[in-house]
Ligand binder design. Structure first.
Ligand SMILES: NC(=O)c1ccc[n+]([C@@H]2O[C@H](COP(=O)([O-])OP(=O)(O)OC[C@H]3O[C@@H](n4cnc5c(N)ncnc54)[C@H](OP(=O)(O)O)[C@@H]3O)[C@@H](O)[C@H]2O)c1
Length: 234
């Protein structure tokens, strides 16, 4: 199966691409950082996997469409797109700047929409395809102190839940994933803090692999995944 993963230069996306490649999937990686993408692809190939990278800013619709086409040509088709790229920013309405707000909306919502629009014609033409959208628990329940981030994730939830009905008759599946806290490395503002209780990128990846392998006639529309352990302060 050929899978494109956005936001694959670090964090959850990098772990996703690496895990899926080891599990036998061919992977296409998207992110802005060409150097980090090159390193991620080289590491996957060193371990015997198949990986291609396309440096792309998902806030640009045309660039995004070109990157999806490029990866589709290199992979020999696309069976699934994992919309993982996103900015995680926990700032209240009092603290967030307008530039940070725009970056959140342009990346977490518009970027996901552009990538989806770019891949859907390929899925429709082949009569199958699978979109996996990374929402968040914060796309289901309020996140005090992170209202702007939560707004983008609630939008991803609403888009995913509505999209299911728009594409299922073309054989296209949509799955929204709702992770709790993941130790992706990016949110380690306090290096001394204990992150061992959190989910790992591999936990998200194994969930995605399971969802991608579900029987053709089944649709897993939503998966909520939380760490079993609570934060040390809870
Ligand atoms: N970490 C958590 O606890 C958690 C929990 C629930 C849900 N999530 C969701 O999981 C996803 C990944 O989170 P993460 O913690 O792994 O974040 P991360 O470590 O900051 O990684 C974000 C990825 O997105 C890419 N990216 C950002 N802006 C981009 C753009 N304009 N164009 C292309 N790529 C872009 C980054 O690459 P470049 O900078 O190279 O472009 C990077 O590869 C996000 O959607 C987040 O909302 C995370």
């Amino acid at each position: 199966m050929k899978v494109i993963v956005t936001g694959a230069s670090r964090g959850i996306g990098k772990g996703l691409a690496s895990y899926l490649a080891k599990d036998g999937f061919s992977v296409g990686l998207i992110a802005r950082s060409a150097e980090a993408l090159g390193d991620a692809c080289a590491s996957i190939r060193d371990q015997g996997g198949t990986a291609f990278g396309a440096a792309c800013d998902l806030r640009d619709a045309e660039m995004t469409a070109a990157a999806i086409q490029e990866l589709s040509a290199e992979l020999g088709g696309v069976d699934a797109l994992i919309n993982n790229a996103g900015i995680v920013l926990r700032k209240s309405v009092w603290d967030i700047s307008l530039d940070e707000w725009r970056a959140l909306v342009d990346t977490n919502l518009s970027g996901l929409f552009y990538a989806t629009r770019a891949v859907l014609p390929l899925f429709k033409a082949q009569g199958h395809g699978h979109l996996i959208n990374l929402s968040s628990i914060s796309g289901k329940v309020p996140l005090p102190g992170g209202s702007a981030y939560a707004a983008t994730k609630f939008a991803v939830t609403g888009f995913s839940q509505s999209l299911v009905s728009e594409v299922r008759d073309f054989g296209i599946k949509v799955t929204a994933i709702f992770p709790g806290s993941v130790d992706s490395g990016s949110q380690r503002h306090d290096p001394a803090a204990d992150h061992s209780w959190k989910l790992t990128p591999e936990d998200i990846a194994s969930t995605c692999a399971h969802v991608l392998r579900a029987a053709p006639g089944t649709l897993i529309s939503e998966v909520e995944i939380r760490p079993l352990r609570r934060p040390p302060s809870a």
